[in-house]
Write a protein that binds this ligand. Structure first.
Ligand code: AMP
Ligand code: MG
Length: 312
């Protein structure tokens, strides 16, 4: 299997593979995705199998235009028009009523579908050339760190796909923000690349914030996710001899200095955890980042990375 530069020729080959049921690893601005035709149930089943992802965990359908998003949804509220105009292409996923053309397996049998227009030019161009929307969960084995560089895609995944398209390091580096627009009021189901405050500024009105509802409305959201092999410990300060992510000068070569700005921190978080994981350390001490809305997605991923495997 090959990691390829996305020349026009290679994009055409990838598009042909996708149209005929193949699976391709693609760059997006959030993380690398394991992509297939979202409307092809067999191809989608292969993506679940390659990742080892439970069938109750629905996939995000990636589109290249609002018109294509409307084709996979059966209703398009004004709120979707507003958020798409403001945040697409970009790391915002919207959950909307599902059109019949989307197979059950893609949406894990829900009557809704999650849809997003990615901002990466390679992803957009590939969707256009393929002519079909792409289901693309992160290109990692279930519960592991999502790859944010082509070379970070796990060999077990690389060996099972038609090709890996190298689009460089992901700008955002964390998964998309998922917003449910299928209920009586909008609700953030998963924090991500777009901060909550930006959403609330774009879409004025009541937002649902109760966590209990989030859990029932977002099946497949596992408390442990995005995790390295090492145990993550969130701390006020890292022991000098330990491996970790710090904000000040590293005390040893196994410490990585992280940016103090949330977007830059998020962009390098997975690659930094992966680097320490590859050293084979048993524990990674992470200096707790500041609180506040802009850090919500980083806190969410760190919390899930630090949750024990046997958590409920
Ligand atoms: P990812 O693992 O980054 O591919 O993100 C997929 C996540 O989006 C799932 O784990 C769900 O939590 C959420 N999601 C996808 N489709 C739906 C849906 N129809 N309703 C609610 N949440 C969804
Ligand atoms: Mg994922």
């Amino acid at each position: 299997m090959e990691i390829l530069s996305p020349t026009p020729d290679v994009l055409d080959r990838a598009a042909t593979a996708l149209r005929s049921g193949g699976v391709v690893v693609i760059p997006t601005e959030t993380v690398y995705g394991l992509a297939c035709n979202a409307l092809d149930a067999d191809a989608v089943r292969r993506v679940f199998a390659i990742k080892g992802r439970p069938a109750n965990n629905p996939l995000i359908v990636h589109v290249a235009s609002e018109a294509q998003a409307r084709q996979v949804t059966s209703a398009w509220p004004e709120s979707a028009t507003v958020l798409a105009a403001r945040f697409w292409p970009g790391p915002l996923t919207m959950v909307l009523p599902r059109a019949a053309v989307v197979p059950d397996v893609t949406a894990a049998d829900l009557d809704t579908v999650a849809v997003r227009m990615p901002a990466h030019p390679v992803a957009l161009e590939l969707i256009r050339r393929a002519g079909v929307p792409l289901a693309a969960p992160s290109a990692n084995p279930f519960m592991r760190l999502s790859p944010t560089r082509a070379e970070d895609v796990d060999p077990s995944i690389v060996s099972q796909v038609t090709m890996v398209l190298d689009g460089g390091p992901c700008d955002v580096g964390l998964e998309s923000t998922v917003v449910d627009l299928s209920g009586t009021a909008p609700m953030v189901l998963r924090p991500g690349g777009i901060p909550r405050a930006a959403l609330e500024a774009a879409l004025v009105g009541p937002w649902i914030t109760e966590r209990t509802e989030t859990v029932t409305r977002s099946p497949g959201m596992h408390p442990r996710h995005y995790a390295p092999r090492a145990t993550i410990r969130l701390v006020a300060s890292t022991p000098p001899g330990a491996a970790g992510l710090v904000f000040s000068a590293p005390a040893n070569p196994q410490q990585i200095r992280m940016p103090s700005e949330p977007q830059a921190y998020g962009a390098m978080l997975y690659a930094a955890l992966r680097r320490l994981d590859l050293l084979g350390v048993a524990e990674i001490f992470v200096v707790t980042p500041p609180s506040g809305d802009a850090w919500e997605a980083v806190h969410d991923r760190l919390r899930r990375a630090s949750t024990a495997l046997d958590a409920p």
